[in-house]
Ligand binder design. Structure first.
Ligand code: GDP
Ligand code: MG
Length: 561
């Protein structure tokens, strides 16, 4: 059903007018596409689009009052003869005198000045430009005012430069009149290499069977039918097909009329460019898919990335050090006062990693930001795990994208890989590990430890003093009794015992609190590391996905006729 409608629409498209503003909007869309994919897709694939944007911009800026029509065909088909017959001047050398013509001649109907810039751009030398307007026949020719007719070199010329010139000009002109003759109209070259390539330019294509006088009149319709059939297979259904005789003015009427209509419509330039946009869009079609891709990788892939980043950043080593440091500091603050000093002599585990130690706990962030940590470098295994995780992010993000894109997504995911180690290190250094404040309970337990120790010291002093007095034969101290036990003994033993007991009771609490401190630090570090992953891996990937979406939308706009 779609096919039939499509074919019907295509068959009638030649009559459709191309709106200049709509065409400019389509060209803008192609430009937007190119901006979106810049640096992401291979340049070679974008050459036709770049060429179109540039050419179309120039063509539209140049005279829109002129229509450039090229006569193209094989050697001896009669291009130059038709050109001369239309211009009614002996301008372009006919085959009899010069078998091949390597240069393009132009004839302008109307004042040459307006057409000069257009011909400069097309590249016809001034000495090969002629004007078809004289006081004598001005009125006859008004219908063709604005026509610039080109006599192209032969596309089948043995000279490569001629063929290249033909190809170049076929890319620039507004309309092409393909000239064939009764002998060679079915030649493969013209159909395979040229006409078929122009199937998107049906509405600016005219085919003439020249030298019709060389056929018996009854044969002409048969040959035209055969040619029409060939054109249908070329995808040129519905293009105007005429017979001409260059040596007889009566045999030129049909072609003249066709050219007059083209000039009057002033549509050829726009239709040609619209056909160019169609061709370019069709060529770019496989670079974008039909489904709108997801906004990025799924959560579990992102989790995997964050885990790998945490591993590479040394988060496990840091959290282990946090746990140890907590215990170290807690024991130093709450332990038995006599062993605290000794505890303080041992290095703080966090200090060893050049992370904020006890003295600079809560040190200003600026300092910790510049200071590199001594967190161990990632191992080979951690590095490869990170590589795999980044790859997984790229793969997941590109899963719905057409073949041209995954490479760009992977490149984006890896684009800041080199900056990652420093960024991770700075993040670790800049994260508040939560050990800045000394908990209140440390101070309470520490104070109680001091009190009981003080009691033991007082008891010891009391006892020592009692012994000394006794040894010197001085009157003994009156030792108050608590139950059966003298007070100084109670103070000494009770103080020592209470200190040991308190230390023993505190130990499991410290261990539990150290685990909590570790979990808290881990949580903070993971959050910060995830932010690094977002900035250095996920954001570049999302930028490419955004470009893809823009490119896709732009191409859809460009396709809208
Ligand atoms: N009988 C006849 N001869 C033609 C016609 N058109 C061109 N010729 C001749 O065919 C030869 C080649 O023509 P020319 O215009 O040079 O072909 P070109 O190579 O396509 O430019 C010349 O001898 C022409 O006189 C035509 O319609 N009828
Ligand atoms: Mg010629």
């Amino acid at each position: 059903m779609t096919n039939i409608t499509g074919r019907v629409r295509e068959a009638f498209r030649g009559d459709q007018r191309v709106d200049a503003d709509a065409l400019i909007a389509r060209l803008d869309a192609v430009r937007r596409f190119l901006t979106a994919v810049d640096g992401l897709l291979p340049d070679a694939e974008l050459v036709p689009a770049h060429t179109l944007v540039e050419r179309a911009g120039t063509r539209l800026a140049l005279s829109r009052d002129h229509t450039v029509v090229a006569l193209a065909g094989a050697t001896g088909s009669g291009k130059s003869s038709l050109f001369n017959a239309l211009a009614q001047l002996e301008l372009s050398p006919v085959g009899v005198r010069r078998p091949t013509t390597g240069v393009t001649h132009a004839c302008v109907w109307g004042p040459l000045e307006g057409a000069n810039r257009l011909l400069d751009w097309i590249g016809v030398l001034p000495r090969h430009r002629f004007v078809r307007e004289s006081a004598l026949d001005a009125d006859d020719e008004t219908a063709l005012h604005g026509l610039i007719l080109l006599d192209l070199p032969d596309f089948d010329s043995v000279q490569r430069s001629h063929r290249l010139e033909v190809d170049r000009l076929l890319g620039l002109v507004d309309q092409v009149v393909w000239v064939v003759d009764p002998q060679k109209y079915a030649d493969r070259v013209i159909h395979d290499s040229y006409l078929r390539e122009f199937h998107r330019h049906r509405d600016v294509t005219v085919v003439v069977l020249n030298q019709a006088d060389r056929l018996p009149p009854a044969e002409v319709p048969r040959v035209l039918d055969d040619l029409r059939r060939l054109l249908d297979t070329d995808g040129l259904t519905g293009v105007p097909l005429l017979s001409t005789t260059a040596i007889d003015p009566a045999g030129m009427v049909g072609l003249r009329g066709a050219l007059e209509r083209t000039v009057a419509e002033r549509q050829a330039a726009l239709r040609r460019l619209a056909g160019d946009v169609d061709t370019v869009v069709a060529g770019l079609d496989e670079l974008v898919g039909s489904a709108r891709p997801a906004g990025g990788p799924d959560d579990s892939t992102v989790d995997g990335l964050n885990r790998a980043l945490a591993g590479a950043a040394g988060v496990p080593a840091v959290t282990e050090a946090v746990q140890q440091a907590y215990r170290h500091r807690a024991v130093a603050a709450t332990g038995w006062p006599l062993v605290r000093g000794w505890r303080r002599l041992r290095p703080d585990p966090l200090r060893r990693l050049h992370l904020p130690g006890p003295a600079d706990a809560g040190a200003d962030a600026a300092e910790s930001l510049v200071a590199a940590t001594s967190v161990p470098d990632p191992t080979a295994a951690q590095r490869s795990a990170l590589g795999l995780a980044i790859r997984a992010v790229a793969d997941r993000a590109a899963v719905d994208l057409p073949a041209a894109w995954p490479g760009a997504v992977t490149a984006a995911a890896r684009s800041r890989l080199g900056d990652l180690p420093d960024a991770l290190d700075r993040t670790i250094a800049g994260t508040d590990l939560g050990l800045g404040r000394r908990p209140l309970w440390w101070r309470v337990v520490g104070g109680v430890q001091w009190l009981v120790t003080l009691a033991a010291v007082v008891g010891l002093g009391w006892l020592v003093l009692g012994y000394a007095l006794r040894a010197l034969g001085l009157p003994a101290l009156d030792n108050p009794m608590v139950g059966q036990v003298p007070l100084p003994t109670l103070l000494l033993l009770g103080g020592l015992l209470a200190g040991l007991l308190l230390a023993a009771l505190t130990r499991p609490v410290v261990r539990w609190a150290a685990r909590r401190a570790r979990a808290r630090a881990e949580q903070r570090l993971t959050t910060k590391v995830a932010r690094v992953g977002e900035e250095y891996v996920l954001t570049p990937v999302r930028v490419v996905l955004g470009s893809y979406a823009q490119a896709r939308d732009a191409l859809r706009d460009a396709a809208r006729r």
